[in-house]
Design a protein around this ligand. Structure first.
Ligand code: GCU
Length: 690
């Protein structure tokens, strides 16, 4: 086994000095009575050893029965396994919780202080243990606890865009895939630490491979590439590898899922069709599902990208997405598996924004119960700011899932500091019907959930940029509880990651909280323009540099104005929302400024509410965005000596590059605005044409 080194992220468990931590930590945590049996309990015991051992400087004494001779102890188990648990928390309270939910309560038992962590399922015990360790690591007292937690949504998934065998990660900015399919079924220690990181924030499913399971046609000309494709994971010879990985994740309450290729019956099986209505195709998928579940009984299901960007799908057989998703669903249904069917389709409309809802909304109510239609947060593609997808309000009879992007494809990749949590809050809180139904309310039923496109690779720090670890942490915390404030999540992450020194906590939190708005400003001008990024020379190297001339359809810049008319007189995206939301976007007067040019094509000199013209606001925002990044860099510089040198230096170098690159963005965008409008910057910052 090669020696592996990598960062502990937010599970550092650095020792806290006796004087700096509440006395309750030692009182309750030196002795732990943990039930055994399920694999998850093994994970709980290991984590207590690591966590309490690190934070208190002494591993807890682990018991298989309640200790009688001590003053205080921790008891972790389900109510049916432990009398002490039943005495301190009412069984009905525990049993009423959803899978993953847990209770933590302090009480007295047999003359001793006792802290109980209990749950209806073993997975909940894992989450409760991590919650307790989070309290210890952030220095909170634990002598008066009465906590009841339940996840807001049933499925909280990470979608890896990892290409097995060749180990690359699509839109990955942190090195190669952490999954080594050549080496599997042998397990790397890093898998376990990854599972710990995910479980500590409540993630309960991992899709291990890329939604692109075959290369886009233009590249697949080289037959050698076929050896490298994700569709092969469904082959019988790969299942042993999957079984091993799934067993490890299971210990942490995480189910394993696969992205599958719609044409698998042809590529892997011997069939000459993948027509979803062909009985042989149906039988093939059933056999494959049976084979999978025999090895991985808790297998989570399939994620499918069909008829999108060159991936095969039901259209080839004149079938629709319902036919395609349901044939897979019927195969998984007897085993409790689920199909996550992506709604990311475009290409046949001039404005791609309108296509997903036009395609999927008419299919509402026709998908099987174990199908979830997975919708990207916005109608374009993870842009720095987009309106919310209209589909969230358009499929009331369908299980829907929301797909967010943790990796920073369009927000500075592994170089810029851009914290996505405030963006995700905006999306998840969006009122889809104008009557207070938030996106998160739409995601609340069994079979619904949130998926985040993964961000980790095998770099030392997992995410390329140390501060991007906060995006992974924040994704999990928000998926668990979307009502948490961005500030709360941020402070928690900083305290766990950089320690509890108030100046450090405040500085790092402020940097994170300011970073997204800054990114929006210098990459778009802040009024809702889309896709000002380059297409790059190589497929995977794009979306980093500015190149607004390349995609005129997305921003609609002409000599007379800028923006895209997506009202009912234009491409028709605004009217896909329900009233009164649709009306708000439809009118220039009520459309929020930050999305104005997404919905409207306006003259350059159109006056905004405060009298500033559109073009002047675009200039100002671009300059402001870069100014903010400079300030963030200076704030980071103020931490020298306050945090360890390695993380300080690495992040400082990223900030140096960030400032430079943001200035390139600004200069490119403002010149572009000037060239099209011919209107000079009132403040004289934009060079004029000779
Ligand atoms: C974007 C992204 C691709 C990805 C695709 C998807 O187009 O750039 O890398 O494959 O979205 O979400 O399927």
């Amino acid at each position: 086994m090669p020696l592996e080194e990598y960062d502990d992220c937010w599970l550092r468990y650095d020792r806290i000095d006796e004087g700096d931590r509440p006395a309750s930590h030692r009182r309750y945590c030196q002795h732990a009575y943990v039930s055994d049996g399920a694999p998850e309990l093994g994970a709980v015991r290991d984590e207590l050893r690591r966590g309490i051992g690190g934070l208190l400087g002494r591993e807890p004494h682990l018991w298989h029965h309640p200790p009688r001779t001590v003053d205080g102890f921790l008891a972790i188990g389900t109510p049916d396994e432990m009398a002490v648990v039943r005495d301190i928390v009412a069984v009905e309270t525990v049993e009423s919780l959803a899978d993953g939910g847990y209770c933590m309560r302090t009480g007295r038992w047999n003359g001793a202080d006792c802290l109980v962590v209990t749950a209806p399922t073993d997975r909940g015990l894992v989450y409760g243990t991590f919650h307790l360790l989070r309290l210890l690591a952030t220095g909170r007292p634990i002598d008066d606890l009465d906590v009841i937690e339940e996840p807001a949504t049933a499925d909280r998934l990470i979608d890896h865009w990892d290409n097995p065998f060749r180990k690359s990660v699509e839109r990955g900015y942190a090195g190669q895939s952490i999954f080594d399919w050549e080496l599997l079924p042998e397990l790397r220690p890093r898998y376990e630490d990854y599972a710990r990181l995910l479980a500590s924030v409540g993630i309960n499913g991992v899709v291990v491979n890329n939604v692109n399971t075959q290369l886009p046609p233009r590249e697949s000309a080289n037959p050698a590439h076929d050896e490298l494709e994700g569709w092969r994971l469904l082959e019988t010879r790969s299942l042993e590898k999957l079984t091993s990985l799934a067993g490890l994740f299971r210990r942490y309450g995480i189910r394993t899922l696969l992205s599958v290729n719609f044409a698998a019956p042809m590529r892997i099986g011997e069939l000459d069709t993948a027509d979803p209505l062909d009985p042989e195709v149906e039988a093939w998928w059933k056999r494959k599902a049976d084979e999978l579940y025999e090895r991985v009984p808790d297998f989570g299901g399939f994620l499918v990208k069909a008829d999108s960007e060159g991936q095969p799908g039901p259209y080839e057989y004149d079938r629709d997405h319902v036919d395609g998703a349901n044939v897979l669903a019927r195969a998984l249904e007897p085993h409790g598996g689920r199909v996550w069917w992506r709604a990311f389709v475009y290409g046949s409309h001039e404005d791609r924004a309108v296509q997903a809802a036009e395609t999927f909304a008419p299919l509402d109510g026709e998908f099987h119960d174990n199908v979830t239609v997975q919708i990207k947060n916005g109608p374009i593609d993870f842009q720095p700011r987009e309106p919310v997808s209209t589909l969230f309000g358009a499929m009331p009879e369908t299980n829907v899932g929301c797909e967010l992007q943790i990796t920073q494809e369009y927000t500075g990749q592994g170089v810029h500091c851009c914290y996505h949590v405030p963006m995700w809050k905006e999306i998840l809180e969006f009122d889809v019907d104008g009557e207070g139904t938030a996106v998160t309310d739409v995601l609340g039923d069994e079979g619904e959930g949130i998926a985040g496109v993964g961000a980790v690779g095998d770099d030392y720090n997992w995410t390329g940029h140390y501060l991007s670890q906060a995006n992974l942490y924040g994704f999990g915390r928000l998926a668990w509880n979307p009502d948490l404030d961005a500030e709360t999540i941020t402070e928690e992450w900083v305290r766990l990651t950089f320690g509890t020194e108030p100046a450090v906590v405040e500085t790092v939190s402020d940097i994170l909280m300011a970073s997204w708005e800054a990114t929006i400003k210098y990459t778009t001008g802040g009024l809702g323009l889309m896709h000002m990024m380059d297409n790059g020379s190589e497929f995977l190297e794009n979306h980093y540099d500015p190149s607004p001339e390349e995609w005129p359809g997305y921003h609609g810049a002409t000599a007379d104005g800028i923006g895209v008319d997506r009202t009912s007189a234009g491409s028709g995206y605004a009217p896909q929302f329900r009233d009164p939301v649709a009306e708000r976007y439809e009118s220039v007067d009520t459309c929020p400024e930050e999305l104005l040019l997404f919905f409207h094509h306006l003259p350059w000199e159109h006056e905004l509410e405060d009298g500033t013209t559109v073009v002047q606001r675009l200039y100002d925002n671009c300059f402001e965005g870069v100014e903010t990044v400079r300030e963030l860099r200076a704030d980071w510089a103020s931490l020298e000596g306050e945090i360890d040198h390695e993380r300080y230096r690495h992040t400082m170098e990223r900030f140096d590059e960030h400032v430079e690159h943001a200035a390139i963005w600004r200069d490119t965008l403002v010149s572009f605005f000037y060239e099209h409008s011919g209107i000079p910057d009132e403040r004289g910052r934009v060079p004029r044409a000779n």
